[in-house]
Design a protein around this ligand. Structure first.
Ligand code: NDP
Length: 298
């Protein structure tokens, strides 16, 4: 059996087209574009690259981005002051603080400074709290976890009563994915570095989401035949045969697992593109909420 390949780039492209059309409508009707402010502290090359990619994607769909780069030595007060100012700027509808922040900064305190209605990453404790509660809805769902669910939907996965196993319990991927699956009526097991018999637990899964950051850890004999496998992992591994000397792989051994799974995402080309598409959707939604509140930039 060879799995159906879930093409994240194709789904993300559909989302981007829709966002672009909706942004054009906002500009036509209300006379201003949605705005996204990015805050980058320090010069981590991967973070710089992520912020640049996000800004480029914004531009392509008509969202204006306001980039703020602070030196790695910037103090807590100064970062919070900037975020507060952006919180009051009517041209800015969403604020993205690129994580991780340098070690001397209190990440939670910085995220708390983002007003709830501009928390397009969905990491504000109130948004996460609402996600964790039955019958409550966050204003914004974190982008990568939302992308995981959307890809499962696109592949026609059955959520109701499904056994779902999430590998990883991070705040930005594993935990919110687990909460979203519970909202969809799946029965969810969350695994982490202390889980015993990981392969055995994974083999129970109708839906398996891998977000551990361990290259190709999930093997074919960890997977129930016919399962839906979503690979969030994105790991750089040495590859002397490639021109660059490295390549990117997921947390799932794709070549092996695709022979067992019912449907599977590749990595790259699965969840990755969905994360940025989700950010665009959330920024659009933040602008729509501002319009509902009657906040129109001058
Ligand atoms: P974290 O390092 O924050 O969390 C990893 C989780 O995996 C932890 O809960 C950890 O357990 C668990 N874990 C680590 N090693 C093992 C192991 N050997 N067995 C069982 N559990 C283990 O990672 P993130 O959640 O931030 O990211 C996970 C992966 O997803 C990475 O490859 C990252 O690059 C990728 N990613 C991709 C995104 C995208 O847009 N495609 C976005 C965000 C992340 P414990 O809690 O016990 O330490």
């Amino acid at each position: 059996m060879t799995a159906k390949i879930i093409d994240g780039e194709a789904v993300a492209s559909k989302i981007r087209e829709q966002v672009k059309a909706d942004v054009e409508e906002i500009v036509k009707t209300h006379g201003f574009p949605p705005g996204l402010a990015t805050v980058l502290v320090g010069d981590n090359p991967a973070s710089r690259q992520y912020v640049r990619m996000k800004q480029n994607r914004c531009k392509k769909v008509g969202i204006v981005s306001f980039g703020h780069t602070l030196s790695a030595e910037t103090g807590q007060d100064e970062v919070e002051k900037l975020v507060r100012e952006l919180g009051e700027d009517p041209k800015v509808h969403g604020i993205l603080v690129q994580l991780p922040l340098p070690d001397h900064l209190d990440e939670e305190a910085v995220l708390n400074t983002i007003p709830l209605h501009k928390d397009i990453d969905g990491f504000h404790p109130v948004n996460i709290g609402r996600l964790a509660m039955k019958g409550r809805k966050p204003l914004f769902i974190p982008c990568t976890p939302a992308g995981v669910i959307r890809l499962l939907e696109e592949a026609d996965a059955e959520f109701d009563g499904a056994e779902a196993v999430v590998l990883g319990r991070s705040n930005i991927v594993g935990m919110p994915v687990a909460m979203l699956l519970i909202h969809r009526n799946a029965t969810v097991t969350v695994c982490h570095s202390r889980t015993k018999d990981l392969p055995g637990v994974c083999r129970r899964a109708d839906i398996l989401v891998a977000a551990v950051g361990r290259p190709q850890m999930v093997k074919a004999d960890w997977v129930k035949p016919g399962a839906y496998v979503i690979d969030v992992g994105s790991n750089r591994v040495d590859d002397p045969e490639s021109e660059r000397g490295y390549r990117w792989v997921g947390d799932v051994d794709f070549d092996e697992v695709k022979e067992v799974a019912g449907a599977i995402t590749p990595s790259p080309g699965g969840v990755g593109p969905m994360t940025i598409a989700g950010l665009l959707q959330n920024t659009l939604r933040a602008a729509e909420l501002a319009i509902e509140r009657g906040e129109v930039p001058q």
